[in-house]
Design a protein around this ligand. Structure first.
Ligand SMILES: *[C@@H]1O[C@H](CO)[C@@H](O)[C@H](O)[C@H]1NC(C)=O
Ligand SMILES: *[C@@H]1O[C@H](CO)[C@@H](O)[C@H](O)[C@H]1NC(C)=O
Length: 119
């Protein structure tokens, strides 16, 4: 009786190992920011999302400052740091208008950043 139970345990053990091994591991997929992590409430459009994300990545590359990286993407890119990044990256007016449209789609609300004023 007792040894039978052991046999059953051994069989279960041997069956379960491959099942656990086959389970997806907790791969670290969060290398890039993700739509849901940023709490974006609009519509996910990959092209638009990655363009916005790219602004923050480029900005980060320039300063190597993790707070910039974080703040740029804060509140789904609706943070003044994003606007600052557009300025330092010398994004032109035409592209800014396009990015404002992207933000409206991705974020779900119009973006309040101000266009840089050139005197
Ligand atoms: C994934 O990687 C990022 C950055 O390398 C790290 O901050 C995060 O904690 C990692 N997440 C998990 C679940 O390991
Ligand atoms: C995503 O946005 C791009 C750029 O505006 C557009 O060309 C494309 O059709 C959109 N894709 C979807 C699935 O809406």
């Amino acid at each position: 009786m007792c040894s039978r139970n052991i046999k059953i345990s051994v069989v279960l053990f041997l069956v379960l190992i491959p099942i656990f091994a086959a389970l997806p591991h907790n791969h670290n997929l969060s290398k890039r920011s993700n739509f849901f992590d940023l709490e974006c409430k609009g519509i996910f459009n990959k092209t638009m999302f990655f363009r916005l994300d790219r602004i923050c990545e480029d900005c980060y590359q320039l300063f190597r400052e993790t707070s910039i990286h974080r703040l740029c993407k804060a509140n789904c890119f609706v943070h003044e740091t994003f606007g600052d990044c557009l300025k330092v990256l010398l994004i032109d007016d035409e592209e800014i208008s396009q990015l404002q449209h992207y933000l409206k789609v991705i974020n779900g609300s119009p973006y309040p950043f101000h266009k840089p004023i050139y005197h």
